[in-house]
Design a protein around this ligand. Sequence first.
Ligand SMILES: [Fe+2]
Ligand SMILES: [Fe+2]
Length: 138
Amino acid sequence: MTVTTTVAHANEELREDHRRLHALVDRLRAEGDTGALAAVLEQLHAALTAHFNAEEKPGGLYDALGVCVPEFRRELSGLVDDHYRIAAAVRDMRDRARHALGSAHDSLLGEAAQLAQLLAEHEKREHAMVDAAIGRGA
Ligand SMILES: [Fe+2]
Ligand SMILES: [Fe+2]
C-alpha cells in the first residue's frame, strides 16, 4: 500500500472511529448514576487507547502524515502528547467514578463536558492535517 492510499484509507477509519468515540462521550453525559458512569468510562478508555494506538503505530495515520508532509511532524508530536493527557484524564475519571460517593457525580459530569471539548479540538486538528495532506495529493 502506498503512502497515498494509507492516508485516504486511514481517513475513512479515522472518521468512523471518531463517530464511535463521540457516541460514548455523549453517553457519559447522559448517565444518571456514578456506577453507570464508571462503566461507560471503562469502555471509553478502552476505545480511546485502541484508537490512539492505531493512529501512532508504524504505518498508521501519523506515520503516513509525517512522511507526506514532513513539516507536520512537530504538530504530530503535540497530538501524541494529547493522547497521553486524554487517556490519563479518562483513566483518572474512571477510577474516581468506581470509588466515588454520589457527590462526585456532578464534578465528573463537568469533567466529561471538558473532555468532549478537548477531544473535539484534537480531532479537528487531525482532520485539518488529513485534508491538507490529501489536498497536496497524498
Ligand atoms: Fe488522535
Ligand atoms: Fe483521532
